[in-house]
Design a protein around this ligand. Structure first.
Ligand SMILES: NC(=O)c1ccc[n+]([C@@H]2O[C@H](COP(=O)([O-])OP(=O)(O)OC[C@H]3O[C@@H](n4cnc5c(N)ncnc54)[C@H](OP(=O)(O)O)[C@@H]3O)[C@@H](O)[C@H]2O)c1
Length: 190
């Protein structure tokens, strides 16, 4: 993935006991979002997301924060850090239980002060994955065997990443609603 001057950057990640992970769900055509939400329903993936991120800080863009229904935010048992360039939104975000920050580096600083900061999860959306691609060591992606229309695409896992796990190994799991999916773990090469 490409570097980004505004991003968290590789050198921001100096603490050996800390791991920065990105987590997302991605359709076969790389779509992750449409009109401010996800163009599929997959409760099994939501449960996986919840169990992976609970107890740890989560970093997200302002649009992803707004994609959660008000009654579900802040995401419980997680320090919710929201990145926005719009300082006029900070008070409202604070009142709603988020920690607003203006940059990726501020987001990491806030995350490091949160509970469970040995693992920090970047939870999207498309713009925010780009900011943390250099700093992240782990990417968990749920692949969905569908090709929905969408306006937001997944980050590209280029040659600096290697796949370390796929569940199932080959083929797909089938959700209760019939959606086919599989979960992959990728690590940044040393
Ligand atoms: N499938 C999945 O796993 C998944 C996960 C997460 C999200 N999504 C989907 O992705 C979509 C949202 O993604 P998105 O890319 O449109 O938006 P996003 O990344 O969630 O948020 C973008 C916002 O973040 C702020 N921002 C971005 N770069 C910044 C920087 N360098 N410095 C400061 N602030 C910055 C800006 O907020 P301001 O405009 O307030 O300045 C910007 O509008 C939704 O459809 C959502 O459902 C899917």
């Amino acid at each position: 993935m490409s570097n980004n001057n505004e991003g968290a950057g590789h050198r921001a990640n100096t603490n050996a006991s800390e791991r920065i992970g990105m987590i997302w769900a991605e359709a076969a055509n790389h779509v992750i979002g449409k009109d401010g939400s996800m163009p599929w329903t997959l409760p099994e993936d939501m449960a996986y997301f919840r169990s992976t991120t609970t107890g740890h800080p989560v970093i997200m863009g302002r649009k992803t924060w707004e994609s959660f229904p008000e009654k579900f935010r802040p995401l419980p048992d997680r320090t919710n850090i929201v990145i926005t360039r719009d300082a006029s939104r900070h008070q409202e975000l604070t009142n709603s239980g988020a920690i607003p920050v203006a940059t990726a580096l501020e987001a990491l600083k806030a995350a490091r002060a949160g509970a469970g900061a040995q693992e920090i999860w970047v939870i999207g959306g498309g713009e925010i994955y780009g900011l943390f691609a250099e700093a992240a060591q782990l990417a968990l992606r749920t692949l969905i065997n569908a090709e929905p229309e969408g306006d937001t695409k997944a980050p590209i896992l280029d040659g600096s990443w290697s796949k370390v796990l796929s569940e199932p190994d080959t083929g797909w799991s089938t959700a209760k609603n019939g959606t086919q999916y599989r979960i992959e773990a990728w690590e940044k090469k040393a």
